[in-house]
Design a protein around this ligand. Structure first.
Ligand code: HEC
Length: 150
């Protein structure tokens, strides 16, 4: 049985290629893609590219709030910057050089998500500025901590 298993592992090299660091970075990117997906639904309504829908707006905001409760520690493991994993991540080493400053950007983001949740379902007029403010906190973090390209 053990022999069979090791034979299997040898014949399936494609299955176990990613290192733990690469898996952490991939999970982190997946997390942010979820954030991006919810945000794009909100932005479209805020810009008038999609009709305002109170239920949808509130659902996007609630998803962002749920995501913001996720603890990032594992996905920001040391050794997972774009200097460690070229081509696999856009996370700049600056994140780990001053984690407290990076976390402050995260707290500003979370505050904006909480504020958005109080108004998202109340009308397009209230949604637009709250989404704008939230978008500013995404940009503030990306400007300092995300590389332009992979
Ligand atoms: C506290 C910092 C921070 C905040 C706040 C933040 N991001 Fe990011 N985001 C990052 C970092 C760092 C990466 C790069 C992750 C990687 O490549 O490993 C990233 C990656 C992404 C990605 C992944 C795909 C890509 O193009 O790299 C998307 C989409 C994204 N962010 C959207 C958003 C949106 C939308 C918001 C706000 C609603 C936001 N982010 C808020 C730091 C942040």
């Amino acid at each position: 049985m053990r022999l069979l298993l090791s034979a299997l592992l040898v014949t399936l090299p494609g299955l176990a290629l990613a290192t733990p660091a690469e898996e952490a970075a991939a999970a982190r990117i997946g997390y942010y893609k979820l954030v991006g997906l919810e945000m794009s639904g909100l932005s479209a309504m805020a810009k008038g590219e999609a009709p305002y829908d109170a239920e949808k707006a509130q659902a996007h905001a609630a998803d962002l709030l749920a995501l913001s409760g996720y603890s990032h520690d594992d996905t920001f493991a040391p050794g997972t910057s774009n200097a460690d994993l070229p081509g696999k991540t856009r996370a700049l080493p600056a994140i780990w050089e001053n984690l407290a400053a990076f976390q402050e950007k995260g707290m500003a983001y979370r505050d904006a998500v909480v504020a958005l949740n109080t108004v998202a379902g109340t009308g397009a007029e209230a949604l637009a500025p709250a989404v704008g403010k939230l978008g500013g906190t995404c940009k503030a973090c990306h400007d300092d901590y995300r590389a332009k390209d992979f």
